[in-house]
Each structure stands twice: as C-alpha cells, then as structure tokens.
Design a protein around this ligand. Structure first.
Ligand SMILES: C[S@@+](CC[C@H](N)C(=O)[O-])C[C@H]1O[C@@H](n2cnc3c(N)ncnc32)[C@H](O)[C@@H]1O
Length: 297
C-alpha cells in the first residue's frame, strides 16, 4: 500500500525545478541591445555622464514637484529611524534624499554626475537640509569608500548597468538594516512605439524592468519583499514638457526632422494625451512602480 502511494506521488509530483534562467545574462542582453541601437542612432547612452548632465534640470523639476504622498517616500518613512545614516545610490537631483533627510541623522547622496549633485545641493540649500552629504562616485566601485550605513535606497539607478552581479553583490554587502529599491514594472517608452518605427525603421528593445531585477536578486540569494504602487497616469502642465522628454527617449536629433519633425512628435503626443483639470495626462502603465526591499538580521 505504502509502495503504491509512493509510486503515485512520484507520478504526480511535478519536476522540482524549471530550466534555470541566467538573469544576469538576460539583463546584459537587454542593456546591450539598447546600447547598440544608441550607437547606431548616434544618441547619447545612459551609461555616459553627458546624458545625465542634460537630464539634470528635468530631475530637479521632478524633485521640486514630488508629492508627499509618493509611495516610495511612504515606504522610506516606515523603514528609517532618527539615528540612521542612509545611503542613496544614484541620488540624482535628490528626489528621494531630500524627503528622507528630516527623518534621519545623515543621508549620503551618491551619484557620478556633477550636474545632478549640483542641482541636489541647490535644492537642499533652498529647503534647509544640512544633513545631506553628496559624494561623486559610481556604484559598485564607491562601496570601498563608504562608511557602514543603516539603510540603502536605490531608485531607478541601474537600467543601463551591464553587469548586475557585482552591482547587487555590493548592494547586499552595503545593506545595513534594510535596502529599498524602486524600479518600473513596464517600459518607459512604450507609448512611443509607432514613432520609433517611423523614425529609425526598427522598434526599441525592452529595457530591464521589475521582473528582471527580481530574478537577478534571487541569483545573489535575495528573495525580496515587493510592493506594487499601482500605475497612475502621469501629467504635464504643457504638452511641450513631454515633447522634450519624448525627443530624448526617441533618440531624435534635428537632422532627422525630414523623417519625423519635432512638430509631428508634438502633434502625436497631443493626440494621445488627455486634457483634464488644466493638465495633460498620459494614461500608460510606465508609472507603475515596484518597491523591492529586504532586511538584514
Ligand atoms: C534615473 S536617475 C534617478 C535619480 C534618482 N534616484 C531619482 O529617482 O530621481 C539615475 C541616476 O543614476 C546616476 N548613475 C548613473 N550611473 C550610476 C552608477 N554606476 N552608480 C550610481 N549612480 C549612477 C545618474 O547620474 C542619475 O543621476
């Protein structure tokens, strides 16, 4: 009887493992496919500092306009303690260093872009946040120069990173009590798909998103907790603000105007945006965020 049951169990039990996925390789393939396209399209790459220099004023606007109800701010709020030293990796213009500063002893805002850090310092001075120390440097190389910290935050500072294994291993080492990351669940530029084809004659390969990060984290032994902040629409005071961002996402340059003009990009966006309550709303899913966290000890 027992033997018969064992035989049945054997037949019914599904295989315990599925074909393993090399998440680091998958991540690398995605990054390299987009980078190769950027080279073909003569467009700055996100791995280049020049890209972030141009983006710094836009990130400063986002920092100034961040609502206090932002889900990542709420997620930081419940994790930090007054005596904490917090490391913000890829801090940019301080979108998350600034709101966290009043709740902790010190924030170390790490970023390789001097323009981003300049914007951060400007806003910190305006808002009176003396406990943010900026540090120019890149992850994971900067790990060696840092003191131990109580918590690490890292929002959107990796979509272009080729080698995620050393990046995540260093994150694991740096994690004091907790680590909290933020990443998109959907493609940021999907709303521009028809324009990519028209402009460059090819579609844009996907960049790594939440599922890729989650898989890569399991590969360094981290089974993280996840909270999804449901995608709400993004809104802009003027269509022009999104046009500027769209031209960057599209790798558009003036020489390409005969294929697709800036006015046509603007008109396309007007067609997909919804005008409501004095603002233009983009109803796509790219604003849906995954907040990925783990604790030590
Ligand atoms: C998309 S922005 C995000 C900024 C900020 N975390 C936010 O959410 O507003 C990415 C930032 O990562 C920075 N960055 C680029 N390469 C980096 C690296 N290897 N290590 C740390 N930061 C990096 C860029 O300079 C840029 O400021």
């Amino acid at each position: 009887m027992i033997n018969a049951l064992a035989a049945m169990t054997e037949t019914l039990t599904p295989p315990l493992s599925v074909e393993p996925i090399d998440w680091f390789a998958r991540w690398r393939d995605r990054v390299e496919a987009r980078e190769a396209q950027n080279v073909r399209w003569q467009s700055p790459r996100m791995g280049d500092l020049g890209f972030w220099a141009v983006a710094a004023p836009r990130f400063a606007r986002m920092t100034r306009n961040l609502p206090t109800t932002d889900p990542f701010v709420q997620a930081m709020r419940v994790r930090v303690q007054p005596d904490d030293v917090i490391l913000d990796i890829g801090a940019g213009a301080g979108r998350y260093s600034l709101p966290i500063a009043p709740w902790v002893k010190q924030v170390i805002a790490l970023d390789p872009s001097p323009e981003m850090l300049q914007q951060l310092q400007l806003i910190a001075a305006e808002q009176g946040s003396p406990n943010i120390q900026t540090l120019q440097g890149s992850w994971p190389e900067a790990l060696a120069d840092l003191p131990p910290v109580d918590g690490v935050i890292c929002a959107h500072a990796f979509y272009w990173v080729r080698e995620m294994e050393p990046y995540l291993q260093a994150l694991k080492t740096a994690t004091g009590r907790f680590c909290l990351m933020q990443i998109r669940t959907h493609q940021i530029d999907a709303f521009l798909d028809p324009l990519f084809l028209r402009l460059h004659g090819e579609s844009r390969p996907p960049e790594p998103v939440f599922l890729d990060l989650y898989g890569a984290l399991t590969q360094v032994g981290i089974w993280a907790d996840v909270q999804i902040a449901k995608g709400s629409s993004r809104s802009y005071p003027e269509v022009e603000e999104l046009t500027e961002f769209a031209t960057a996402l599209l790798c558009w340059r003036p020489e390409l105007a005969s294929v697709l003009s800036r006015e046509e990009i603007h008109a396309y966006l007007e067609g997909i945006l919804e005008y409501r309550d004095g603002r233009y709303w983009l109803n796509d899913q790219a604003n849906q965020m995954a907040m990925v966290s783990w604790q030590k000890g």
